[in-house]
Design a protein around this ligand. Structure first.
Ligand code: GRF
Length: 202
């Protein structure tokens, strides 16, 4: 059984999508813990209800990013994960943290990277007038929202879209591609080679 730790900051709908897929598809992997940097994250409650150890490591309790990241990795390492999944985890991580989990740290970002790294992606996509928007699952590297791309899904941008309608359409896609990327990682269906993700044929 491979071991997965999921990091969240809020409602945790991507975490839920992963839990659902893991159960429905009987993955040979287990979500062994959910950790949030916000004690009030709704996703912690959802995880506990599902019987998964869920706890907060609050960034506000630490004087700087490096100390928080050290406390966070100490908490993560208690569960000896094969894979660490950022699912709506809204903290910038230090290079030391990212390096520690190199090749086993995934993130989902609500845009078609490399377009629109950072915050407010849906508003920025509308302002830019792009005709397609979407979501990206990628390996995390020290440069924010720039790591090797594993999965992407695109949605058309409609003239009638608001930030909310566009976000909802993208989120629906996130719930499809994130569980798939996690499952494929667990099953060893792709490798990270020279900074790019290469899928095995078959
Ligand atoms: C998602 O849109 C994710 O891409 C972004 O934050 C949102 C988190 O949603 N980073 P949830 O907590 O998974 O519901």
């Amino acid at each position: 059984m491979k071991r997965i730790v999921i990091l969240i900051s809020g409602r945790g709908s991507n975490m839920e999508a992963i839990l659902r897929a893991a159960a429905a598809e009987k993955w040979s992997a287990q979500v062994v813990a959910v950790i949030s940097n916000q004690a009030k994250a709704a996703g912690l409650e959802t995880a506990s209800t599902a019987g998964i150890p869920a706890r907060a490591v609050e960034h506000v309790a630490y004087s700087d990013r490096a100390q928080f990241d050290q406390a966070l990795s100490a908490a993560i390492d208690e569960y000896s994960p094969d894979l660490v999944v950022l699912a709506g985890f809204l903290r910038i991580l230090t290079p030391a943290f990212v390096t520690r989990y190199h090749g086993r740290l995934l993130n989902i970002h609500p845009s078609l990277l490399p377009s629109f790294p950072g915050l407010d992606t849906h508003r920025r996509a509308l302002e830019a007038g792009v005709k397609f928007h979407g979501a990206t699952v990628h390996f995390v590297t020290p440069e924010l929202d720039h790591g090797p791309i594993i999965e992407q899904a695109a949605v058309p941008v409609l003239d009638t879209d608001t930030e909310d309608t566009l976000a909802a359409r993208v989120l629906e896609q996130e719930h499809g591609i994130y569980p798939r990327a996690v499952r494929d990682f667990i099953e060893g269906r792709y490798v990270l080679t020279e900074g790019r993700v290469v899928r095995h044929s078959s």
